[in-house]
Design a protein around this ligand. Sequence first.
Ligand code: ATP
Length: 199
Amino acid sequence: MCLKRLDIQGFKSFADRIKLELNPGLTVVVGPNGSGKSNISDAISWCLGEQRASFLRGSRMEDVIFAGSDKRKPVGMAEVTLTLDNANKLFPLPYEEISVSRRLYRSGESEYLINKVPCRLKDIQALFMDTGLGRGAYSLIGQGKVDEILSSRPEERRSVIEEAAGIVKYRHRKEEAERKLTAAQQDLNRISDIIHELA
Ligand code: ATP
């Protein structure tokens, strides 16, 4: 899997639409302090479903929408689209390319899309689970992250290894199945009570 393209509009310092084509090999973004380099990695995390404004260096999620500058008025919507290569069918979808988009309006309304079709945040999270791009995964290593991993507790470090091993989705499915079993058991108990009352 590789990230082929990044389209950003109205996100943080990027008021106008920008398109970043990422060719095979190493891509390095250079620029003066405050020119928006970290905003690019924030855009990737955000599009992958990041829900913590603090992780995106803001205090509220609305802080990701371009807030205006000396020369430009604020905009009403932020939008980021990631286009990933799916030639090796890592994602279980019958497409050569997968695009994932996230939009946020100042009203607070937000939208997620996979290949331009509206979907839920849950679908995006499920798509990226175990690919290394899931929440807190190892594909995005921020400043201080290496130290954090090395000094974290063994259970926390284990989650990075589990994502790399591709077992996170099975853990989630197991938890979901356990929740359903508990709910079913509660229904059975309730039915048994009713039968007991009627008997
Ligand atoms: P450094 O090299 O110092 O780490 P950088 O190139 O990574 O800097 P960023 O942190 O990505 O820079 O960008 C910071 C810039 O983004 C600041 O000028 C800030 O004003 C601008 N910025 C952040 N959020 C918004 C927003 N919502 N609207 C407009 N500009 C924003």
